[in-house]
Design a protein around this ligand. Structure first.
Ligand code: ADP
Length: 663
């Protein structure tokens, strides 16, 4: 029969403060399946070191170790972890149960790492075996020491191991509880499991079938124990326990169950440390809030600029009677002297200036008072030609626009903007009524389509009347306020502007050295300029987002590092019972991501609340797009991955024994 354990000339040397310490000095040992061995010796003799090597938690410095005939010194860390999880159970002096975790989940932990199905059922089964059916939902702090150790024994049994290591299993227990635990070990052995127990007390070692004494790193005695306590004699060794090891089970992929479990425990950890988690999320939370709110406001602003621009009309060039240097400022016009006059003949001349021109129309603007009955309102008057409706995107919503004939006849007909219509007529239909515009009677023939306010100006607060009526009868002007030139398409714009400039300079008899006394402004240019501005805005926003995510990420990294060192024992335990490096790495990554996405989600909610608040209370247009929410979510999760990686890696590289010895 292949021995379960075979050691030949095993030594262990620690490096301590520059020197070396030989703890094991050549151990030869053979343990067969079905044995119950107690390893005894004074403190510091190397018992724990030997058990750690036997339990594949540590490697010998030299010598040979065969586990079921397999040379285990060649195994990688993860292969060792997989072998431990399948074949070996551990019971520690300190119980090492996970806090805030039910007995049932504690027992099922090793199965998480083997990925075997039926975890809850099997856990309940072994808990029943140790007599804790009525304590399954209790957390460790709700159990007595003896009960905790029984949970730990159930955990060691859950994967049906061949071998159980118990390191001072009763060291922290009162004598009656200790007896109960030792009874369990004896029963386990009777059922075919090999037990190796470390102890320094003779009456505890008395429960074993064989007692090995160690002193100073050497085996000094190795004898059968004829006066065995507690045991019902020599139980028959089950066939299964005697079988040889098929092959080393390889590390598995992450299972769905493992993922769910990690997410659950990550959320549990956040809940358990509420204040601390909240504070570490704060950076990400504030960053995401700011980004969502600012993106919403930026998007809203862009949208209102766009509607404003589209309401101006497309392919439009505006000709205005002042030099470009003045930038449209009315006050400086007269002082500088460089203004000109635009007349109806200019309109006629421009129509023939370039084949790329489709329509040309003159306009005048003024401020008037409109009165109906006892209602009156100050509003803007536009005198326009019939083409205005199409060129400037100002159709009648109901009623009609005026005709060329009405313009020629200087008819007193008016179209009202929705704001004016509401101010004068409330909800009633104004079409067909007569209003007074600066004491002149006008018949309302239509109401304009609503354009909405565009931030600084209500585009619906206006009256449109025929151009000639406006010039001669209302405003008393002989010159036009501006001329709108529509091109056949955007590709014509430059040529048309050039042609219009040449024509106007000629008509105004400007010598070469003089600057233009008029301005030609391309609406598409304004549009491009505004788009450019919003690009700069987005860039700044991106920088703000990046900085806040880095700051938030550092917060999370910090707390994760604290968490890793706080939970060193837990990590050690998880590795001892079969967690691979990858499993630990993923667990801590999931925790970091859970924290950062929690922060991100709260930030998204807060940012949306701010955006809606802005549009509700301050009247700002704020639009939260699904893309910005998705972006914020992805980035906050990404921050968790990036900044959680280092702490998680640190956790995954901890050695199981160092982690378990950690105080
Ligand atoms: P026992 O379990 O018999 O009390 P241990 O196996 O724990 O003894 O330790 C044996 C000796 O090895 C002790 O003197 C201890 O100080 C030393 N030792 C244990 N672990 C380490 C380590 N990681 N580094 C250095 N010395 C160690």
């Amino acid at each position: 029969m292949t021995p379960l354990i075979e050691l030949r000339g095993v030594t262990k040397t620690y490096l301590v403060g520059g020197g070396t310490l030989d703890v094991l000095k050549g151990i030869d040992l053979r343990i067969d399946a079905g044995e119950f061995v107690a390893i005894m010796g004074p403190s510091g003799s190397g018992k724990s070191t030997l058990t750690q090597i036997l339990g594949l938690l540590d490697r010998p410095t030299s010598g040979e170790y065969k586990f079921l005939g397999l040379d285990v010194s060649a195994l990688s860390d993860d292969e060792g972890a997989a072998l431990r999880s399948k074949a070996i159970g551990f019971v520690f002096q300190m119980f090492n149960l996970l806090a805030r975790t039910s007995a049932l989940d504690n027992v099922g932990l090793p199965m998480l790492y083997t990925g075997e199905p039926g975890r809850a059922k099997r856990s309940a089964e072994v808990l029943a075996e140790v007599g804790l059916t009525d304590r399954m939902d209790h957390a460790p702090n709700q159990l007595s020491g003896g009960q905790q150790q029984r949970v730990a024994i159930a955990r060691a049994l859950v994967n049906k191991p061949r071998l159980i290591f118990a390191d001072e299993p009763t060291g922290n227990l009162a004598s009656d509880q200790a007896e109960e635990i030792l009874g369990r070990l004896v029963d386990m052995n009777a059922s075919g499991i090999t037990v190796v127990m470390v102890t320094h007390e003779a009456d505890i070692a008395a429960y074993a079938k064989r007692i090995i004494k160690i002193k100073d790193g050497r085996i000094v005695s190795d004898e059968a124990n004829p006066h065995r306590r507690g045991g019902a004699g020599h139980a028959p060794v089950r066939a299964a326990a005697a079988a040889t090891l098929e092959s080393v089970p390889l590390p598995r992929e992450l299972t769905r169950e493992e993922l769910i479990e990690h997410v659950r425990s990550a959320l549990g950890a956040i809940r358990a440390n509420k204040l601390r988690s909240a504070l570490s999320m704060l950076g990400i939370l504030i960053g995401v809030t700011a980004v969502i709110a600012m993106l919403a406001i930026g998007k809203g602003a862009q949208k209102s600029v766009e509607t404003q621009l589209s309401s101006l009309g497309s392919n439009l060039i505006m000709l205005m009677p002042f030099s470009p240097r003045m930038g449209g400022g009315g006050g400086a016009r007269a002082a500088m002297g460089s203004f000109s006059r635009l007349a109806m003949d200019d309109v006629a001349a421009l129509r023939r200036a370039h084949p790329g021109i489709s329509r040309v129309a003159g306009e005048v603007q003024g401020s008037v008072q409109a009165v109906y009955g006892d209602k009156n309102t100050n509003t803007n008057l536009t005198g326009a030609e019939p083409d205005y409706a199409d060129m400037r995107n100002a159709q009648a919503y109901y009623g009609r626009f005026f005709t060329a004939q009405e313009n020629d006849e200087m008819a007193r007909v008016a179209l009202l903007g929705p704001t004016v219509a509401t101010a004068l007529f409330g909800e009633t239909d104004p079409v067909g009524r007569t209003i007074n515009v600066d004491h002149i009677k006008f018949k309302v023939i239509g109401v304009l389509t609503r354009k909405g306010s565009s931030g600084f100006q209500d585009q619906d607060d206006k009256i449109i009347i025929p151009l000639k009526t406006a010039m001669k009868k209302v405003l008393g002007r002989t010159f036009l306020g501006s001329i709108a030139i529509e091109t056949m398409g955007p590709e014509q714009t430059d040529a048309v502007i050039e042609a219009a400039r040449v024509l106007m300079r000629k008509r105004h008899r400007l010598p070469d050295f003089k600057e233009d006394d008029f301005t030609l402004r391309n609406m598409a240019e304004i549009q491009a300029a505004l788009t450019g501005t919003s690009k700069v805005f987005s860039l700044l926003l991106g920088i703000v987002a990046a900085i806040s995510l880095v700051v938030g990420g550092i917060g999370i990294m910090n707390i994760m590092l604290v968490s890793v060192s706080e939970r060193t024992r837990e990590i050690g335990l998880r590795k001892a019972i079969g967690a691979t490096r990858r499993a630990v790495l993923i667990q801590f990554l999931i925790e970091a991501v859970a924290m950062s996405t929690c922060g991100g989600l709260i930030g998204i909610a807060l940012g949306m609340a701010i955006a809606f608040g802005m549009s509700y209370f301050a009247g700002w247009a704020a639009i939260v797009t699904p893309q910005s929410v998705l972006l914020a979510f992805v980035f906050s999760a990404g921050t968790g991955i990036v900044f959680g990686f280092w702490p998680a890696r640190k956790a995954s590289l901890l050695s199981p024994i160092e982690a378990l010895r950690y105080e």
